[in-house]
Write a protein that binds this ligand. Structure first.
Ligand code: MRU
Length: 373
């Protein structure tokens, strides 16, 4: 997508061919800075410290990180160690494991001398495919926005609520939840986006930055506003992303997504989750019971960065002794999901429908009990 008229992806091979370049998302929306990743450690730190974030981009960064590791040492031990280091960076987004499995299947059988070049080709392929996948999600999700627009008085905008940042910054380009919005806006359908702040990391600021650069009308709200808006008919559609989706369609996404889904359900607002199939974890069925949820440092909750340019200085919000609990994701049960907007189609959030749409991807092993849907 464009930043001040210049097209960017969120990750790319540097001009010198030596570095993998990313947009430093800890500096946005205040400063646009490019960070150069040159080593495995750089890639691990970038994922862990959320310089890059969002499930698909975490996967792509891990793929490039493996390439950077193999460029330094392509031996079996180094390959194994790099995979373990990258897997340990963040626990919830399954795209991390997906990308590393894919990389392993390509480079694992090769002689060490051939591994780095093959890893770079595969990382590039993962990045390119992510862009195509999100465009396909955009085309399917556009149909939902068209339908919502048809239900509104002519010229009135379709009001879409989104949570966190499932935008192009969270992917390689286009985003998942935002791709349909960008497509609709570009087609001339009037849209307006309610952007949840998404405390404590404030990913809503990233979404607002993106939408602003693309000229999409939007309003920034604190996280508790969504229910009020839905009660008053001020939301036509919710579109969110996913970090991990189970084979029966439970969706794990940024903390607070579940509450939005409950409010949507209570008010008859369609609640759709936009996701690439790389976000489906076919080894899990019960999202609440089986998905590992990241817990982050308590100071993200008990304090705020003091200024845009001094992230290390923080303003305390609570008494020093107050304990905090900073859980980063929650699970929305499939029954609250109106549909899953994937690269192949809009699919019902049931095991049978997901399995039918992605029969080629479903792992042969069966887990748990049979699908009640
Ligand atoms: O903690 P984050 O910022 O990595 O969480 C990101 C989200 O929860 C996104 O909604 C999700 O990864 C989907 S991105 C297309």
């Amino acid at each position: 997508m464009k930043v001040d008229g210049v097209p960017y992806r969120s990750i790319w091979l540097g001009d010198d061919g030596e570095s993998v370049d990313v947009i430093d998302q800890t500096r946005l929306p205040f400063e646009f800075e490019i960070r150069k990743l040159r080593t495995l450690d750089d890639a691990c730190v970038a994922i862990r410290d959320m310089v890059v974030r969002g499930a698909p981009l975490i996967g792509a960064t891990a793929a490039y990180g493996l390439y950077l590791a193999l460029r330094d040492d392509a031996g079996d031990d180094a390959l194994r160690g790099a995979r373990e280091s990258l897997l340990a960076t963040r626990p919830t987004a399954v795209n991390l494991r997906w990308a590393l499995d894919r990389m392993q299947s390509v480079v694992g059988e090769l002689a060490p001398a051939e591994r780095a070049a093959a890893a770079l080709d595969e990382a590039n392929a993962i990045a390119d495919e992510d862009v195509e996948t999100n465009q396909a999600i955009g085309r399917h999700g556009l149909e939902l926005i068209r339908a919502a627009a048809a239900r509104k008085p002519a010229g009135e905008p379709v009001n879409i609520l989104t949570h966190c940042n499932a935008g192009w910054l969270a992917t390689v380009d286009w985003g998942t939840a935002t791709a349909p919005i960008y497509f609709a806006h570009d087609e001339g359908i009037p849209v307006h986006v309610w952007v949840d702040e998404t405390r404590p990391r404030n990913q809503g600021g990233l979404t607002a930055w993106e939408l602003g650069h693309h000229g999409v009308p939007h309003t920034y709200i604190v996280d508790n506003v969504g229910g009020h808006l839905m009660q008053r008919g001020m939301v036509d559609l919710c579109l969110v992303g996913s970090d991990r989706t189970t084979r029966r369609g439970d969706v794990c996404n940024k903390i607070g997504t579940y509450l939005k889904a409950l409010a949507a359900h209570d008010n008859g607002v369609p609640f759709y989750v936009c996701l690439p199939s790389s976000t489906i974890d076919w080894t899990t069925r019960d999202g609440v019971g089986e998905i590992p949820i990241e817990q982050r440092a308590g100071d993200e909750v008990s304090s705020l960065p003091a200024t845009a340019n001094a992230a290390s200085t923080r303003i305390r919000l609570t008494p020093d002794s107050t304990p905090t609990f900073n859980i980063a994701f929650d699970v929305t049960p499939a029954r609250l999901v109106s549909g899953l907007v994937t690269e192949r189609a809009v699919v019902a959030a049931t095991e049978s429908e997901l399995g039918a749409s992605f029969a080629d991807l479903v792992e042969s092993e069966t887990v748990g009990t049979t699908d009640p849907s």
